[in-house]
Design a protein around this ligand. Structure first.
Ligand code: AMP
Length: 208
């Protein structure tokens, strides 16, 4: 089973992906996480990507496409989180899957009102060690759900100046993917402004 998680920043894709990976034995590919680890390792891709990410812009398609195709090649059941984000990336993924004799089975669209997203992102802290995200109001100092690290921080691109740019970018470049996948009858809409458990139940119903 191959799944794409689609939705604006802060819509809960990352949180649900950790649950899905365990439940359905999927390989999690989060392009944001891969890029952040490239930045930590100061690779040339990381250094290049950081310039765009800090401003809330998308990293150029070709860099992302090459990065994903080298990762997905040998995997069986994949959960794509944060990719594709442009029509160009979606077309390239389609070609790649076709070459590998695979297909996308579900595109789960995380629908959340934009006002809720801005709030969520401004309250969000991330674990430096395992990348899981939490609301500041949950527990500010420890990565509860994952690795117990005490290194929680606010991502540069979750700061207000970058958040509005990320939302604009989402609307302009990523939102057209909804129609793209709807036409292929792959799109399922999730009401993602519910609790983590409720969102998870909605997803289970679709994947049953
Ligand atoms: P995320 O963790 O998914 O919110 O991604 C953080 C940032 O990484 C995005 O704002 C982009 O700058 C970059 N990024 C992640 N995935 C992609 C992608 N598929 N295409 C272009 N840029 C991406």
């Amino acid at each position: 089973m191959n799944i794409i998680l689609l939705g604006p920043p802060g819509s809960g894709k990352g949180t649900q992906s950790y649950k899905l990976v365990e439940k359905y034995a999927l390989s999690h590919i989060s392009t944001g996480d891969i890029l952040r680890s490239q930045i930590t390792d100061k690779t040339s891709l990381g250094i290049e990507a950081k310039k765009y990410m800090d401003k809330g812009e998308l990293v150029p398609d070709q860099l992302i496409i090459d990065m994903v195709s080298s990762t997905t090649k040998n995997l069986e059941s994949i959960l794509l989180d944060g990719f594709p984000r442009t029509i160009n990336q979606a077309l390239s993924l389609e070609k790649e899957m076709e070459n590998l004799n695979k297909s996308i089975d579900y595109v789960l669209y995380f629908d959340v009102p934009f006002d809720d997203l801005i709030n969520r992102l401004s309250q969000r802290v991330s674990c430096k060690n395992c990348s899981k995200t939490f609301s500041k109001s949950d527990e500010e100092y420890i990565c509860l759900d994952g690795c117990s690290s005490q290194e929680l921080y606010q991502r540069e691109d979750d700061k207000p100046s970058a958040v509005s740019k990320r939302m604009e970018t989402y609307k302009e470049l990523t939102e057209p993917l909804l129609e793209f996948y709807e036409k292929k009858s792959l799109l399922s809409k999730i009401r993602a402004n519910s609790s983590i458990l409720e969102v998870s139940l909605q997803i289970d119903k679709i994947l049953q």
